[in-house]
Write a protein that binds this ligand. Structure first.
Ligand code: ADP
Ligand code: ASP
Ligand code: MG
Length: 409
């Protein structure tokens, strides 16, 4: 008898009909003799609806109260799922994050899980109950409700699987696995059977929203494989697990992208020591995270300095630099919030040259201008105008032989 930890996302619990499908699957698992822990998200659209209400109530909602509000979405689905199971004489019990002591730090809206007391869950499993746990939430040392950031139910599930020593953590969603890129943008995207933690971490942190980054970090740290599956159709899904030495790694495993980008350019800054520090220090002081940085070759002792930030921070960063622009002796500060970042990811890149030139060639063939470039051992990212997002991702997908009907790998 194995323990199964399964998580169902918003679209998989969108209404009672879908919740009954989840209940049916759990009942089948029980029939086969498995212990079952289920983590659920709020019904699809509910977290956004609650967020909208909060923003109507206040321009700047109190973070503690926001978590009290946002956590209610998951409380609805745990109760409904347990009721549906009970209707079919399948004993089940629902718990909020606090009730099963999912202890987090106090960083409201983006709390981190510190530990989980699984005694209660274990007792219920021993009594033959299906345990239904609310995703995305926990409780801090003071007893405050906290939430784990968007997509946080994935992390709840992985943390529970790790704590309970499950063989793997199953994440049920509206796609049947992790694809070479978002299948909603590239219909020719191909499902991957297997990915390493490292590749999935890179894809998730570069914008592939299919799994929360922290869930992958947690899985990698505690060595819990994740399997991404569809709750709408049967299949093997995608297994995310440690790298196996004998496995031949694909050159490119996927393409991720993010629309949440904006860039700021400080023009005509004196090219002397301390300028980058002065610009970025002001931004860091305001708690704004900087992603890519570019400094041009200096021209007559003045240079241009460009960096990217999250689109939500764009206005604030711009305002901040406009005031410091004078102090720096810079000519002007300009911003552009209509850019996107597209990244190629693959552990096979480590040992291959020429990937960057293929990438740039494919973009050039479509007449797409590259504004910024950044590379690491297993990824290459470019910034382009947002109007080219779909075109660029599709062109790269084809150029690297990732299309479904492509012969190459
Ligand atoms: P859930 O509500 O089940 O948590 P999400 O919306 O968070 O589901 O994640 C699933 C979605 O992730 C898919 O519908 C798909 O559009 C998107 N996605 C982005 N990149 C990928 C990718 N590489 N593979 C599969 N899905 C992806
Ligand atoms: N309901 C939360 C969200 O929409 C958490 C999750 O679904 O994972 O972000
Ligand atoms: Mg999700």
């Amino acid at each position: 008898m194995a323990l199964m930890v399964k998580k169902y996302g918003g679209t998989s619990v969108a209404d009672l009909e879908r919740i009954r499908v989840v209940a049916e699957q759990a009942q089948e698992d029980r029939r086969q003799g498995h212990d079952v822990v289920i983590v659920v998200s709020a019904m699809s659209g509910e977290t956004n609806r609650l967020m909208g209400l909060a923003l109507e109530a206040s321009d700047n909602p109190n973070p503690r109260e926001l978590d009290v509000l946002l956590s209610t979405g998951e409380q609805v689905t745990i109760a409904l799922l347990s009721m549906c199971l009970a209707e079919w004489n399948c004993p089940a019990v629902s718990y909020t994050g606090a009730q099963v002591h999912i202890r987090t730090d106090s960083a409201f809206n983006k709390a981190r899980i510190l530990d989980i007391d699984q005694r209660r869950i274990r007792r219920d499993l021993e009594k033959g109950r299906v345990v239904v746990v609310a995703g995305f939430q926990g409780v801090d040392e003071e007893g405050n409700i906290t939430t784990l950031g968007r997509g946080g139910s994935d992390t709840t599930a992985v943390a529970l699987a790790a704590a309970q020593g499950a063989k793997e953590c199953q994440i049920y969603t509206d796609v049947d696995g992790v694809y070479t890129t978002d299948p909603r943008v590239v219909p020719k995207a191909r499902k991957l059977d297997r990915l390493t933690f490292e590749e999935m971490l890179e894809l998730a942190s570069l914008g592939a929203k299919v799994l929360q980054i922290r869930a992958v970090e947690f899985a990698s740290k505690y060595n819990v494989p994740i399997r991404v599956l569809s709750s709408f159709e049967a299949g093997e899904g995608t297994l995310i697990a440690p790298e196996e030495a004998e496995m031949e790694q694909p050159l490119i495993s996927g393409i991720a992208f993010t629309r949440d980008e904006a860039k700021i350019t400080v023009q005509g800054v004196p090219d002397k020591p301390g300028i980058a520090y002065q610009i970025l220090d002001a931004v860091a002081d305001a708690n704004i995270e900087v992603d890519m940085i570019l400094q041009n070759i200096s021209n007559e002792s003045a240079t241009d300095f460009t960096f990217t930030v999250h689109r939500n921070d764009h206005e604030r960063a711009l305002g901040l630099l406009e005031t410091t622009c004078g102090e720096l002796g810079a000519q002007s500060v300009t911003g552009d919030a209509s850019i996107v970042k597209i990244s190629l990811v693959g552990v096979g890149m480590r040992s291959h040259a020429g990937i960057a030139s293929t990438m740039f060639g494919a973009l050039a063939a479509e007449g797409i201008n590259i504004q910024m470039i950044s590379t690491s051992e297993i990824k290459i990212s470019v910034v382009v105008d947002e109007k080219y997002l779909e075109l660029a991702v599709r062109a790269l997908h084809t150029a690297f032989g990732l299309d479904q009907d492509s012969e190459e790998d």
